[in-house]
Design a protein around this ligand. Structure first.
Ligand code: NAD
Length: 329
């Protein structure tokens, strides 16, 4: 759906008359005018709140500044926020919407590939604390998600590639046909709009089954346990998508060695990651990664659930002890 349809679509889900659009400085220059124009044409009073680009916008200070700005307008319970941007803006605006006046509606308009296929869906919202990423958050599902694939055309290649790691993850996890389609890069490029919709449907399906992330939704973490450890070990100089790609490759290797999947499955996972230009080498010492994984917030006592590929299109959870994980690494 095109960004120009936002005002009309918002009318169907927002009862009030005021909308505040949250975006970052990069996206502001590209799409804020079009976004606000569409909302104004539908009769809304429209306000904007712009944050600097990048992870630092998910800070407590930006969050409080945003709440104060909403209170000054003032937005009421029936009004809404629009998150126009990537996962950072989506998480910040989503958390503000979850908590302002004990919860107002949020509309997600993702502008990165990662946001379109992942972070805008499912209602996880968060900001970072000095002690770590995403430590304060809430489940608050969007009233509407407007995906306009043409907004992704302005993405720098490296940020687009980060999103591709998640796209490939969906193929391995739940859709062997999607995996096949991705293997032909030129065809995949032509059919990107359809691919994004397919990934979004897969995520929606997992979320509907497990809204609060205590069961099947954990399968969406394929590649993420090791990926998070790599992000931490490098002080986030390796981006999320690139770390997840390394994590998926390493999990595929481990699964093959444990007899959970065939050599062929592991080869295909690594091949497709190479097709999309991912560097799969891991330079960190395994002890460093292991120490970080021991503190993974998804750990359950002395156990951790690994997402392992069984074959292309199907993964499952395997519960192992922390010590077993150390041995596998
Ligand atoms: N809530 C969830 O379920 C969930 C899931 C995964 C990740 N996340 C969060 O998402 C965040 C990462 O999101 P991201 O990768 O989208 O990063 P991001 O939001 O920081 O965007 C990356 C960069 O791209 C720029 N940008 C955005 N859209 C653009 C466009 N169309 N054209 C040109 N530039 C554009 C941004 O200004 C930014 O500099 C992390 O904070 C992560 O914790 C949340």
């Amino acid at each position: 759906m095109q960004l120009e349809a936002l005002g009309r679509e918002a009318r169907a889900v927002v009862k009030g008359n005021r909308i505040a659009v949250v975006t970052d400085e990069t996206v502001e220059k590209l799409y804020l005018n079009r976004c606000m124009q569409s909302l104004k044409c539908a009769g809304f009073d429209v306000y904007s709140f712009v944050v600097p680009p990048g992870e630092e916008a998910k800070s407590g200070m930006q969050y409080l500044n945003l709440l104060n700005a909403l209170a000054e307008i003032p937005l009421t319970r029936t009004d809404a926020l629009v998150a126009l941007g990537g996962g950072v803006v989506g998480d910040l605006a989503g958390f503000a919407a979850a908590t302002y006046l004990r919860g107002i509606s949020v509309i997600q308009v993702p502008t990165t590939l990662l946001a379109a296929v992942d972070s805008s869906i499912g209602g996880k919202t968060a900001i970072n604390l000095p002690a770590g990423k995403n430590l304060a958050g809430a489940f608050h599902r969007p009233a509407l998600i407007l995906r306009d694939a043409s907004l992704l055309e302005s993405l720098p290649q490296t940020i687009y590639q980060d999103g591709m790691a998640e796209v490939i993850k969906y193929g391995v996890l739940a859709d062997a046909d999607l995996f096949e389609l991705l293997a032909d890069k030129a065809q995949a490029h032509r059919r990107m709009e359809e691919i994004i919709e397919r990934c979004a449907e897969i995520k929606m399906r997992f979320v509907e089954e497990d809204v609060f992330d205590t069961g099947v939704r954990q399968l969406l973490n394929f590649g993420h346990t090791i990926g998070h450890a790599i992000e931490h070990a490098t002080n986030f100089s390796v981006s999320h998508g690139k770390a997840v790609a390394k994590g998926m490759a390493m999990m595929a290797e481990i699964s093959m060695k444990q007899g959970w999947c065939s050599e062929e499955t592991t080869r295909r996972i690594k091949d497709i990651l190479h097709v999309y230009g991912f560097d799969l080498t891991i330079v960190q010492q395994k002890d460093v990664l292991y120490d970080i994984m021991k503190t993974d917030k998804k750990r359950k006592g002395g156990m951790i659930d690994l997402v392992v590929p069984e074959k292309i299109g199907r993964c499952r959870l395997v519960r192992v002890t922390i010590e077993e994980l150390g041995e596998m690494l």
